[in-house]
Ligand binder design. Structure first.
Ligand code: PLP
Length: 403
């Protein structure tokens, strides 16, 4: 019986055991890192356990893929060198020149850049849509041309909530695939494949690795047939033939991080909720974006499709751009940095740090916004640090007002 069959409903047990059985040769509780490029053959093309060359398969990578696939309730999973490499592989695996994508407008800037500037060259077009407006999503579908719908929820950095089942119905009716970027929620909070999505992508760099020490990405697919093959065949072939695989050291780190995802997410969520509530009471802040707040327009939907609201909080400053910049440059525990999802808190000035590629377009992020990736430190310490940031924001607003 595989670990996933034995512990079907228990997330934390699966996180530790699926794909991570002790080494049968030595009994090592932690499976070894198979730091090898190639595998000896017992005769020409007589492979041991199917392993030939690490671009095709590697036991450390395969163990991590099994672990993550079981947590996402997927059919097959594939690990890549970065989140963007995973996204690229999925797009190449399923699209053909001339295809059209309905693309959630509020999403990671790099995804937008990949789809527009790399895939655009190969004849892929897209229509950006408000992720919260299902009628706009349906209206953006071009019958016969739309092959893919792509959404990130919660979105980066505006924390909009998309109705995954609603998107899935529209995709199905169009004969297209629905891809959900589940990086922010993680499978601990939300499993898009159980809500009708066809594929999930992750930047495993974020919560899955969880310690800001590894880059990685993954595609997890449902058991679906598309354009004459299964998604597992299409993405698996792309992983092998395109070659942007995750290396064994990186998979080891990601697998180690994934074991504590549930524990970390509980703390990320409770810290973020406390901080969002605290920020709501501050005059320096004009808007707090956090799906856990009852005032958030996607609160009820997030509650219905997720087990929690995540660790990301975005805020907008009454004092405008100057206040946002001063805040981002003055906190200490919240280190000024791109990325998110590690145990340590980070602050990001999104419009110029992660979304510079959409400046000047309708997708531009407001200039008075900062995004917090709330870590798992003691929440009182984090709030004291935010207090320092707000004081700097206040001073910056006064300077602008008196100028
Ligand atoms: C939601 C989301 N998806 C994808 C990516 C890309 O992942 P990576 O940086 O690992 O290539 C990121 C990176 O910030 C992200 O935030």
């Amino acid at each position: 019986m595989s670990a996933s069959e034995k512990y079907l409903h228990s997330f934390n047990t699966l996180a530790i055991h699926a794909g991570q059985a002790p080494d049968p040769l030595t009994g090592a509780v932690i499976p070894p890192i198979y730091q090898t490029s190639t595998f000896v053959q017992d005769g020409i093309n007589v492979l041991r356990n199917g392993h030939e060359y690490s671009r095709g398969s590697n036991p450390t990578r395969n163990g991590f893929e099994t672990q993550l696939t079981s947590l996402e309730a997927g059919h097959a999973g594939f690990a890549f060198a970065s989140g963007i490499a995973a996204e690229d592989a999925l797009l190449r695996a399923v699209l053909e020149p001339g295809d059209h994508i309905v693309l959630g407008a509020d999403g990671y800037g790099g995804t937008n850049r990949l789809i527009n500037r790399l895939h655009g060259k190969w004849g892929i077009s897209n229509t950006p849509v408000d992720i919260t407006d299902l009628s706009a999503v349906a209206a953006a579908v071009r019958p016969g041309a739309t092959a893919l719908l792509w959404v990130e929820t919660p979105s980066n950095p505006l924390l909009g909530i998309a109705d995954i089942s609603g998107w899935a119905k529209i995709a199905k009716a169009a004969g297209a695939l629905l891809v959900v970027d589940n990086t922010f929620a993680t499978p601990f909070l939300q499993r898009p494949l159980t809500l009708g999505a066809d594929a999930v992508v992750h930047s495993t760099t974020k919560y899955i690795g969880g310690h800001s020490d590894v880059l990685g990405g993954a595609v997890i697919v449902a058991d679906r047939f598309f354009r004459g093959e299964t998604l597992a065949q299409a993405v698996g072939f792309q992983q092998f033939a395109g070659g942007a695989v995750a290396g064994p050291q990186d998979c080891f780190l990601a697998a180690r991080g994934l074991k504590t995802l549930g524990l970390r997410m509980e703390r990320h969520c409770s810290n973020a909720a406390a901080i969002a509530e605290w920020l709501l009471r501050r005059d320096e802040v004009s808007v707090v974006l956090y799906p856990g707040l009852e005032s958030h327009p996607g609160h009820a939907l997030a509650k219905s499709q997720s087990n929690g609201f995540g660790g990301i909080v975005s805020l907008q400053f009454a004092g405008g751009e100057a206040a946002a910049r001063a805040f981002a440059e003055s906190t200490e525990l919240f280190a000024l940095s791109v990325s998110l999802g590690g145990v340590e808190s980070l602050v990001c000035y999104s419009s110029e740090m992660t979304h510079a590629s959409v400046i000047g377009t309708p997708l531009e992020v407001p200039k008075n916004l900062v995004r917090l990736s709330v870590g798992v430190e003691q929440v009182e310490d984090l709030i004291a640090d935010l207090e320092v940031g707000l004081a700097a924001a206040r001073r910056a607003s006064l300077v602008v007002a008196s100028a």
